[in-house]
Design a protein around this ligand. Structure first.
Ligand code: BMA
Length: 819
C-alpha cells in the first residue's frame, strides 16, 4: 500500500523585509502572486518591468499547514518529492529543516517520516534572494566566469536556474522565485519507484521493449511488480535489497505500429503502466527507431536524422520558455504553440539551453502531435563553473531529466549547450586565457555528456550547438561543412539576405530575423502617445541593442521607407518573412547535403520586438504564414543568385515521388501576363530537383517590371490535391513600381469560422488581414493576389466574436500601402 498527499494548492507567502503576507497558490511564483494581489503592475505593459525588479532582492517564505493521518505514518517510508524548486530554498516541517535546494532542474526526495506528526503539520519554504548568492559564488570562485550580457542581471551562470529569467535579447527580466513542478508527500512500504525507463529494440515487424524499473528500497524484502504494455502483462514477486537497484523485463510487441514525425505518418502511442505495490507510473510510448548519421563524407560531417530508417529533413524552430511568468506557462499555451508549429508543417522544435526543461505536458503533447525535440542541456551563451561540486550537482540534474524524458517518442537528441563552445571567443578573459577556459569548458561538457549517456545509453549526445561534432573543436561559427550551424551573418552582422546563399549548412539550428509585434498587439502594451519605434516604451520592448537600426537599415536596402508607424510594424514583418523564406527555401533545395533548418525563434515570452514567428498573444506573424508554405513537404521554390539565372527547384520530403503540375507566369505590375509555362513534373522521393532555369536577361520584360508567379498543383500521397503559390521578385522591392492596388474584402460566417473573400484590381503583394482586438488564426495570410480571381482565407477566432464585430475590426494591408 502507498499513500500520496499533494502539497500544491493554497499557501501563504510572506516577505521578510516588510512583514507582509499574501494568500497564494502553488505551483506558482512570487511575482505572479504580487501581480494578482495588485501589488505589482503588469510588468509587460509600458516600462512597468522596471518597477518589478525589487522582488528578487527580498527574502520570501511560503508556508501552510496540512494534515497527516496515522495511516500514512504507518508506512515503512515517507518522503517529500519536490520538482522545479526555483531556486535557493530551505524547507522546514514543524520547524525542523529537512532540505535545502540550489538547482531548479533537479528532483529532490527526502525522508520526512521523523519530522511528521499525526494531525496538523506546518511546512515552510524560505527562499534566499538568488542574485545575491550568485554574486557571492562568483566572487568566491577561483576563476572569473564571464556571464552573458544579454541579461540585465549578473552571474546567473553560477546558479542552476532558467538563464533567461535575467532577460536575454528578447525577454522580460523577471528573476522568478517559486515552485513549478511538484510538491508532494509519498508513503510506501519496502521500496519506492525512482524511475521507469524503456529501451526499444526494433526488428522486422517486431519491437522488443525492455522495461527497467529503478527502485530505492528502504529495507530488504519482497515487493510485487506488475507491468502492462500493449495488452501484455508481467507480474512478479521480487526480492529487493536496501538501496538502489534496477529490474529489467522484456515485452515483445508484434507488428508494432510505428510512431512518425508530423508530416510523415501517425503517432500511435502504447500505454505502459508499471506498479510496485500500489505505486504506479504510467507512460505512453511511441515506437520508433532513431539514428543520427554524423559520419564523415566528402564535405565534412553529416547531420542527418533517420526515423524508422527513413531520412527526415528537420523543419522547425527554436523554443523558449512560453512566458516570463511561470503561472502563464499553461498547458493550453503549450498546446496552442505546438499546434501552431504542426500547422506550419514543422516537425522539430529545439528546446533552447537558456530556458528550462519543461513540464510533463509539453513533452506529452510533442509525442501526440509528432513534434520531434532537439533538447539542449540548460547552458547558454556564457561560461560555467567546472569544479567537482558544480559538476556533481549538474550530474544529478541530468540523471533526473534524461531519465524523466528519455521515453518520449519526440525526444531525438540531447545537446550539451547553446553556444557555450562558441562563447569561449566572446569574452576578453576567455580569449586571453583561452586554454584555461577551454579545459574548464571541456571538463564540464564531457562530464555532462557522460551523465547523459549513463542515463540513456542509446541517445545521441551532441556536444554543443553549434558544433562540428564530437571531438572536433574548431571554428563553430563559420564552418558550414560539419555538424550544426548557427548562421547569424544576416541579422547580427548586418549582411543582406543573399548572404544566405553563401553557406551550405548541414543543419542550420539557428538563424533568425527580427520584426516588431503587429499593431494589434502593440496597442495592448504601448501607450498610443508612444507609437513610434524609437519612443522610450517601444525601445523598452526591443532588447537587442542594435535591433531597431538593423531593421531600419535593411528597409533602406530592400524597401521604400514606410510612412507610418503601423506600416513600419507591418513592413518589419514582411522583411522578416522574406529573410527567412530566402534561407529556408534555398537550404531545403540543398537536401540531402543540408538536412535541417530550425528558425530562431518560435515564440515570445512577453510582448517584444523579436525573431519569433508567433507573437506573444498567439497571433501568427507573417513569417509563420510563410513558414506554413515554405515548410510544405512538397513545394517549388524560385531563387536567383548573382548569376541572374532563376532556378525553379522542386523539393519533396515524402518517401515517394511527388507529382507536380506547374503553372508559371511572368506578370507585370498592372496584371498583364507576358509569358506562361505549363509543365507536368515529378520529383523523386526525399530529394530536391532543379525543374527549370530561366536567365533573367532573356525574359520579355525588365527585371523590375514584374514577377514570376508559380502556381503548383501538388498531388499528395493520399491522392488529395492542393495548389501552392510562390512568387519571385527579380529585383529589389524598392525598385519596382508596384500598382496602387485596391483590395476589397467580404466576410461570411461558416460555423465557428469566418471566410474572408479577397479581390484586387491590380497585383497586390504580402496582402495581410488582421482584426483589431480579435485573437485568432487564418489558414493563410501574407499572400500575393492577382486581379480577376477571388481568394478565400479562413479565420478561426480564439474568442467569441460576431460577424458584425469582425466586419468592423478587419484591416487589410499590402506592400504598396506602406508608402
Ligand atoms: C541565438 C540564441 C540566443 C539569442 C539569439 C538572438 O544565438 O542562442 O542566445 O537570443 O541568438 O540573438
Amino acid at each position: 500500500m502507498s499513500a500520496t498527499l499533494n502539497l500544491f494548492g493554497d499557501w501563504h507567502l510572506s516577505c521578510k523585509e516588510n512583514g507582509m503576507v499574501w494568500q497564494t497558490t502553488l505551483p506558482g511564483d512570487v511575482q505572479s502572486t504580487l501581480i494578482a494581489a495588485g501589488d505589482l503592475d503588469d510588468p509587460y505593459v509600458g516600462m512597468q518591468e522596471n518597477e518589478a525588479q525589487w522582488v528578487d532582492k527580498r527574502h520570501w517564505t511560503y508556508f501552510r499547514s496540512f494534515e497527516v493521518d496515522a495511516a500514512m505514518l504507518a508506512y515503512d517510508h515517507v518522503y517529500l518529492n519536490a520538482e522545479m524548486v526555483d531556486t535557493l530554498a530551505t524547507f522546514r516541517i514543524n520547524g525542523k529543516k529537512i532540505l535545502s535546494t540550489d538547482n531548479q532542474f533537479r528532483r529532490y526526495r527526502v525522508d520526512v517520516a521523523k519530522v511528521l506528526v499525526e494531525g496538523v503539520n506546518k511546512m515552510e519554504i524560505a527562499f534566499e534572494p538568488p542574485l545575491k548568492e550568485a554574486a557571492r559564488r562568483a566572487a568566491a570562485y577561483p576563476l572569473d566566469m564571464p556571464y552573458t550580457t544579454n541579461n540585465r542581471v549578473k552571474h546567473l551562470n553560477h546558479l542552476r536556474k532558467t538563464a533567461c529569467h535575467g532577460g536575454w535579447d528578447w525577454g522580460v527580466c523577471l528573476v522568478l522565485t517559486g515552485i513549478y513542478g511538484d510538491l508532494s508527500l509519498h508513503a510506501c512500504n519496502m521500496a519506492r519507484i525512482e524511475h521507469v525507463c524503456t529501451t526499444q529494440h526494433h526488428g522486422k515487424n517486431v519491437c522488443d521493449v525492455d522495461v527497467t524499473v529503478e527502485l530505492f528500497a528502504v529495507k530488504a524484502g519482497q515487493v510485487q511488480l506488475d507491468i502492462e504494455l500493449a495488452g501484455q502483462q508481467i507480474n512478479q514477486t521480487i526480492t529487493v535489497q536496501p538501496g538502489k537497484q534496477n529490474l529489467t523485463n522484456r515485452i515483445t510487441i508484434k507488428k508494432p505500429r510505428l510512431w512518425w514525425p508530423a508530416g510523415h505518418g501517425d503517432q500511435p502511442l502504447y500505454d505502459l503502466s508499471v506498479r510496485v505495490g500500489d505505486q504506479c507510473v504510467s507512460k505512453r510510448l511511441g515506437l520508433r527507431h532513431i539514428r543520427w548519421d554524423n559520419s564523415r563524407d566528402s564535405i565534412g560531417t553529416q547531420m542527418t536524422l533517420y526515423v524508422n530508417h527513413k531520412p527526415i529533413f528537420c523543419k522547425g524552430a527554436n523554443w523558449i520558455p512560453a512566458d516570463g511568468l511561470s503561472t502563464l506557462q499553461t498547458d493550453d499555451v503549450f498546446e496552442r504553440l505546438i499546434d501552431d508549429a504542426v500547422d506550419a508543417n514543422m516537425n522539430m522544435l529545439r528546446v533552447w539551453g537558456g530556458g528550462q526543461y519543461e513540464r510533463a505536458r509539453f513533452y506529452e503533447l510533442c509525442d501526440e502531435k509528432g513534434m520531434m525535440l532537439w533538447h539542449d542541456l540548460m547552458f547558454a551563451c556564457q561560461l560555467y563553473p567546472f569544479d567537482d561540486a558544480f559538476i556533481a550537482n549538474v550530474a544529478q540534474e541530468i540523471d533526473f531529466q534524461v531519465k524523466r524524458l528519455r521515453d518520449h517518442a519526440s525526444m531525438v537528441l540531447w545537446c550539451g549547450d547553446n553556444e557555450v563552445e562558441g562563447a569561449l571567443g566572446w569574452f576578453e578573459q576567455s580569449r586571453k586565457h583561452h586554454d584555461t577556459y577551454l579545459v574548464a569548458y571541456d571538463r564540464l561538457n564531457h562530464a555532462n555528456g557522460k551523465a547523459v549517456t549513463q542515463a540513456d545509453p542509446n541517445v545521441t549526445y551532441w556536444p554543443s550547438s553549434p558544433s562540428n561534432g564530437p571531438g572536433h573543436q574548431g571554428n563553430v561559427w563559420d564552418n558550414d561543412a560539419s555538424g550544426d550551424m548557427h548562421y547569424w551573418a544576416v541579422w547580427h552582422h548586418g549582411k543582406s539576405f543573399d548572404a544566405y546563399y553563401d553557406v551550405i549548412p548541414r543543419f542550420c539550428s539557428e538563424f533568425g530575423y527580427q520584426s516588431f509585434s503587429s499593431i494589434d498587439l502593440v496597442r495592448k502594451y504601448i501607450d498610443p502617445s508612444q507609437f513610434n519605434p524609437t519612443s522610450p516604451q517601444m525601445e523598452h520592448h526591443q532588447r537587442n541593442p542594435r535591433g531597431n537600426s538593423l531593421i531600419m537599415e535593411m528597409f533602406t536596402r530592400y524597401f521604400r521607407m514606410p510612412t507610418s508607424f503601423q506600416s513600419t510594424l507591418y513592413l518589419s514583418q514582411v522583411q522578416q518573412a522574406v529573410a527567412i523564406k530566402t534561407a529556408v527555401e534555398y537550404w531545403r533545395s540543398l537536401r540531402p547535403v543540408c538536412m535541417g533548418t530550425l528558425i530562431w525563434q518560435l515564440n515570445d515570452n512577453w510582448p517584444v520586438a523579436s525573431w519569433s514567428s508567433i507573437e506573444y498573444d498567439g497571433s501568427w506573424k507573417q513569417l509563420h504564414y510563410h513558414a506554413k508554405r515554405f515548410y510544405e513537404p512538397v513545394m517549388v521554390t524560385l531563387f536567383h543568385k548573382a548569376d541572374d539565372i532563376v532556378q525553379v527547384v522542386g523539393i519533396n520530403d515524402h518517401f515517394k515521388a511527388a507529382k507536380l503540375e506547374l503553372k508559371l507566369q511572368l506578370v507585370d505590375f498592372a496584371g498583364k501576363v507576358h509569358k506562361k509555362w505549363t509543365r507536368e513534373l515529378s520529383v523523386p522521393a526525399s530529394t530536391s530537383k532543379v525543374l527549370m532555369t530561366l536567365p533573367i536577361a532573356q525574359l520579355p520584360i525588365a527585371r523590375n517590371e514584374g514577377v514570376l508567379l508559380a502556381d503548383v498543383v501538388v498531388t499528395d500521397a493520399d491522392g488529395s490535391k492542393k495548389t501552392l503559390r510562390n512568387t519571385h521578385f527579380m529585383d529589389l522591392y524598392k525598385r519596382c513600381e508596384l500598382a496602387d492596388a485596391t483590395v476589397t474584402a467580404d466576410i461570411k460566417q461558416q460555423g465557428k469560422a469566418f471566410v474572408i473573400q479577397l479581390k484586387t484590381d491590380k497585383p497586390a503583394f504580402f496582402v495581410t488581414c488582421a482584426f483589431t482586438h480579435v485573437a485568432g488564426v487564418f489558414d493563410d495570410n501574407s499572400i500575393d493576389l492577382l486581379p480577376g480571381k477571388t481568394t478565400k482565407l479562413k479565420f478561426t477566432p480564439r474568442q467569441d466574436v460576431t460577424l458584425a464585430q469582425l466586419k468592423k475590426a478587419l484591416h487589410v494591408t499590402h506592400l504598396r500601402m506602406t508608402y
